[in-house]
Design a protein. Sequence first.
Length: 295
Amino acid sequence: YPAFQDTGWGVRAGGIANSFTAISDDASAPLWNPAGISQLEMFEACFMYNKLFAGVDNVNLNQMYVSAVYPAEIGSFGITVTDFSLWKYYKENMFLMTYSNDFSEKIELGFPIIAGLSLKYLSHTYILDERTIDIDDPVFDKISKGAFTPDIGILLKPYNFSLGVSVLNILQPDIGLKTEDKVPMIIRFGTAYRFNDWYLFENITPTFDVSYRKPADNNADIKISGGIETWFSYHTFGVRMGGNDREITTGFSYNKTFGKSGFQIDYAFLFPLELGDSSGSHRISLTYKHFLEKR
């Protein structure tokens, strides 16, 4: 299997079955749709941890990322660092620098049209133990490899509707140690619609995503996902649910503001439909927000 499997990132995204392409309005946006960071009105810094497939014997898979987004007058800027690891054996890392801007005034469409670009460095490393070293396999003459690739994204937001498209790993970089191992391109298309408040429900947003990933062996992976997010009590509490043919998901948030700052705690539970021994994947994140004058 190629490296950098599309497991999804972000906790709000996880709660709606990773159908986040047309939303992408928090610090995880560079990992979904680089255009999304232009929607942020405040500086955001986020740390996420994900325990994948808890309960499966002899499997210790973990995901983490740190991401920060700064909205400026000339556009929004983001930096993201990710870590995916199989403990003691293998790890994958990404470093992204992202820029996004709203071009609606120049194009005069009457609604936001946002474009974004990320420059991304991917690397993976094999962690050798004594047994692996003793084998003296020439494949492991090098234990790590990295390469660069850009990601691009577009968001169209007419009224309460949102359309998002992103293309990740555009150059399909080769990170093979000895033989070719190209990271597959990922193409995502998403839609979302934000309904007006209804009784206790605020910002009711159903969303729908299609993700297409084509490895070098042409065994295309198409994932269709959907979910819904809503908030309560003046955007203090958030609830989500979603699903696709591989998992059902749910999640919640607590958001608190004080003065010009605030923090948000998010949790998501993803239950796999094809892995019976697992008690699911558990994502949790902490986000700090602060209002800064745009410069």
